[in-house]
Design a protein around this ligand. Structure first.
Ligand SMILES: Nc1nc2c(ncn2[C@@H]2O[C@H](COP(=O)(O)OP(=O)(O)OP(=O)(O)O)[C@@H](O)[C@H]2O)c(=O)[nH]1
Ligand SMILES: [Mg+2]
Length: 443
């Protein structure tokens, strides 16, 4: 999804990200690249202009955010503004206070209305436990009714149809009454499409709207058609008011222009995203997640990046060798600790690891403990660091005094180290040392 745009934005931001200081020229050149990338992705030029202006203004302003360096701040600003561009919050589909909730699906020919009708039916059944019926109001296209019957069945919805000889407005009214009398929670009305927005289509939609008084009208828009899709949405918005957009075919090589522009141009949010022909390839649209996907910066991603910065591959291999050959010394132990500390505050780091965070949330990681351990090791001679079993009696006392700790602390550290060496030999079967075990041992 949006591969080309994502690649370009990520490359531009990767350049900026590492900067400890950013000049106005740096920001300008980054904005130039971002502008080009967005235009190439077929984002509306007015949208591009106001987007880059907003980012630039914030990036150059005194918008200082906590621990981020200027480069990282720009990344954050771009991410925030992308999210805002797509509407900020993920919109909720409203339900009628008295059922049935009626949803009318509108859109051009082939945009994916009938498929989306089935997908939405399935979604509401599964996520909201709703009983759903779908109404076949496309009486023009051959086989349109049969298509909805098939899709509706797959989705587990009742299909209300009266063939193709009746006026679609009358079918819609009949379907609404039936949904009400049968106690359905939701009725989704599939309508016919046209090649272009024309007055006959608009008039029919307006009549269906007046007749069934829908809870919402969703406009189904094909992301592959880029700016055309946005133009269509604009035309619809002028004539038949709709409430939200279902963006389809986001799985194809859509460039992103439609998804990124439609909210800014029409004022209507994207409510659902469709990412394939199968019924379950359908989800609520989350602007923030989409922005992060485009910019490639999930929490896990940034964690991996941090870890890569700190862990030199060669060093890791050398460490493994030492574990295997029992050469691992207190010097290595100290080095290892420094590596871990370089990753940042431990508590934050653990929170980023999926699954791991819950297990270790209760663990209290005292950073000062590291300082104490470091002081003890630095008070030892090189020989003692390699052979801690030499440390007894007077040596122990000397180290305790030198490090400003006590004999107990020195003893405890050495015991921990021996224990750790044992654990490490067990876990170092060709893999990186286990961070969790390491930390539990060094406490
Ligand atoms: N790849 C992909 N194909 C989709 C998606 N949604 C729909 N399609 C396909 O697009 C084609 C048209 O979908 P329909 O649901 O029939 O579109 P429609 O708007 O009802 O078309 P008309 O009834 O002719 O106006 C079908 O082949 C669908 O399988 C999607 O999200 N991704
Ligand atoms: Mg259809």
């Amino acid at each position: 999804m949006f591969d080309s745009l994502a690649d370009k934005l990520q490359a531009t931001l990767a350049e900026v990200r590492g900067h400890g200081t950013l000049t106005e020229a740096d920001v300008n050149s980054a904005m130039r690249e971002i502008r080009l990338a967005l235009l190439e992705a077929d984002v509306n030029f007015k949208v591009v202009k106001s987007f880059t202006n907003a980012v630039k203004e914030r990036a150059l302003g005194a918008d200082v955010i906590g621990k981020l360096n200027p480069g990282q701040q720009v990344v954050k600003i771009v991410s925030d503004e992308l999210t805002a561009l797509m509407g900020g919050e993920s919109p909720e589909l409203p339900f009628a206070s008295r059922p049935p909730t009626v949803i009318v699906m509108a859109g051009l020919q082939g945009s994916g209305k009938t498929t989306a009708t089935g997908k939405l039916a399935r979604f509401l059944r599964e996520q909201h436990n709703s009983s759903v019926a779908v109404a076949a109001c496309d009486v023009y296209r051959p086989a349109a009714v049969e298509q909805l019957v098939k899709v509706g069945r797959q989705a587990g919805a009742d299909v209300y149809e009266q063939g193709t000889d009746r006026d679609p407005v009358k079918i819609a009214a009949w379907a609404r009454d039936r949904a009400q009398s049968e106690g359905k929670d939701v009725l989704i009305v599939d309508t016919s499409g046209r090649l272009h927005v024309d007055s006959a289509l608009m008039e029919e939609l307006a009549q269906i709207k007046r007749t069934v008084r829908p809870t919402s009208v969703l406009l189904v828009v094909d992301a592959m058609t880029g700016q055309d899709a946005v133009q269509v949405a604009e035309q619809f918005a002028e004539v038949v008011d709709f409430d939200g957009v279902v963006m389809t075919k986001l799985d194809g090589d859509a460039r992103g222009g439609a998804a990124l522009s439609v909210k800014a141009i029409t004022g209507k949010p994207i409510v659902f995203a469709s990412t394939g022909e199968k019924l379950d390839q359908f989800e609520r649209f989350h602007p923030e997640r989409m922005a992060q996907r485009i910019l490639g910066m999930g929490d896990v991603m940034s964690l991996i990046e941090k870890a890569e910065q700190a862990y030199d591959q060669r060093q890791a291999a050398e460490l493994e060798r030492k574990f295997r050959t029992r050469e691992f010394s207190l010097d290595d132990f100290l080095e290892q600790m420094k590596q871990i500390r370089r990753l940042g505050p431990l508590q934050n780091l653990l929170a980023m690891i999926p699954g791991m965070s819950k297990e270790l949330r209760g663990v209290n990681l005292d950073e000062r403990e590291f300082d104490r351990v470091q002081a003890i090791i630095l008070s030892m001679t090189p020989q003692e660091r390699r052979h801690p079993e030499l440390i007894k009696g007077s040596r122990r006392l000397r180290i305790a005094k030198g490090s400003g700790t006590n004999v107990q602390a020195v003893k405890a550290l050495i015991a921990q180290f021996e224990q750790m060496r044992k654990v490490m030999r067990q876990v170092s079967s060709g893999r990186m040392p286990d961070l969790g075990a390491l930390m539990r041992q060094s406490r």
